[in-house]
Each structure stands twice: as structure tokens, then as C-alpha cells.
Write a protein that binds this ligand. Structure first.
Ligand code: 5GP
Length: 184
């Protein structure tokens, strides 16, 4: 990785800073506060979709005030910088979610395919409620209906990395979010 604050190179691609860490943290705190109020006394279970959402989930649960549990599910539909089309469950839902208040934590909603698929799986378990939180959403890419309760930021259709999101395995450790520089 070749990086400074404003730009980063990952393999052959160049990215520029979109949201610095402090801006992200302010949004995460606001969402955490809202969830603390809406889920007070409900002992929600945060279900983080791996791998991209692990950084967001780890910050978000530390902004949640009250009892909660955390679990992880691994789904994937992406390879390189374009969606591969099919959602694959790599490993998943271990515990019984029936009657639980579930908070799904996603990194980014692009076509919506991943969340649409995952919500269907969740509903089969008849949880008491499903709340969906995504750090990022690309409104122009949406193809599947996905109700979202909290959105960190709406962004353009450009590919992004950082704060848990990768390009070909790299960039997850960047504290900010960076977007692909458009080719001139
Ligand atoms: P969807 O199923 O909504 O099309 O895609 C959702 C998944 O694709 C996300 O969880 C994420 O893993 C991946 N994804 C979508 N857009 C981007 C992007 O701009 N950057 C990265 N790194 N991953 C993305």
C-alpha cells in the first residue's frame, strides 16, 4: 500500500479520500445513539455481515448503550470491483433468532442483492424485529428492494475502500473511506 491522507494506491488502482475517520465516527455515534433509544431493554443481537462490516460493527456496538449480543455471518457477492451476481453463504446463522430483536450491520448496499437475500433467510427464523443498518448506500445502483433503517452516507456509484472495505484483499485497515479515482 502506498498512502497519504488524501490518496492511496492499492495494487494498480488509485483512490482519493471521501470521508475521513472523524466524519465516519460522528455518523457511527449518531446511529449508535438512535439504536440505544429504539432498542432500550430489548437485548438486541447485532448481526454483522463479514467481511466488510467488521470495522463498522466494532465501532457501532461500542456506541450502543445497554445489553446487546454480537454475531457474524459471512456472505459474498463481489469479486474485484464488480458484483459477481450470485450471493454465496460461506458461513452463517448459528443461533436461534426467533423472538430476538436483530440489528443487521452491513458495510455497503450496492445492488441490494446481498441484503435482500439475507433478509429472506432471517425472516424464516421469525425474529421479533429486524432493523437494518448500513454504513454506505449507492442509491443509483439499487436493483433489489431493501428497507434500510439507518444509513451512514449515500455515495455515488464509484467503488470505495477503507474502514473495513477492501480491494482485492487490501485497504480494510484504512481509517477513512476512499473512492476510486475516475480515469481521465
Ligand atoms: P450488493 O449485494 O448490494 O450488490 O453488494 C453488497 C456487497 O458488495 C457489500 O457487502 C460489499 O461487500 C460489496 N461492495 C459493494 N460495493 C462495494 C464497493 O464500492 N467497495 C467494496 N470494497 N465492496 C463493495
Amino acid at each position: 500500500m502506498n498512502s497519504n491522507i488524501d490518496s492511496v494506491q492499492l495494487r494498480e488502482l488509485h483512490f482519493e479520500l471521501l470521508y475521513p475517520a472523524a466524519r465516519i465516527q460522528a455518523r457511527v455515534e449518531a446511529i449508535g445513539q438512535a439504536l440505544s433509544q429504539s432498542h432500550a431493554g430489548k437485548n438486541p443481537i447485532f448481526l454483522s455481515i463479514l467481511s466488510g462490516a467488521f470495522v463498522f460493527a466494532s465501532d457501532l456496538i461500542r456506541c450502543y448503550q445497554g445489553d446487546c449480543e454480537v454475531s457474524f455471518v459471512k456472505l459474498s457477492s463481489y469479486s474485484g470491483t464488480a458484483s459477481s451476481g450470485a450471493v454465496q453463504t460461506v458461513f452463517g446463522l448459528g443461533q436461534n433468532l426467533s423472538e430476538r430483536h436483530v440489528v443487521v450491520v452491513e458495510d455497503i448496499v450496492d445492488t441490494g442483492r446481498t441484503l435482500h437475500y439475507f433478509r429472506g433467510l432471517l425472516e424464516e427464523q421469525q425474529p421479533a424485529s429486524i432493523t437494518v443498518v448500513t454504513l454506505l448506500r449507492k442509491p443509483d445502483a439499487l436493483e433489489f428492494p431493501v428497507p434500510l433503517d439507518h444509513i451512514g452516507f449515500d455515495i455515488s456509484n464509484l467503488f470505495v475502500v477503507g474502514y473495513g472495505l477492501d480491494y482485492d484483499g487490501l485497504g480494510r485497515n484504512l481509517p477513512g473511506i476512499y473512492q476510486l479515482k475516475e480515469q481521465l
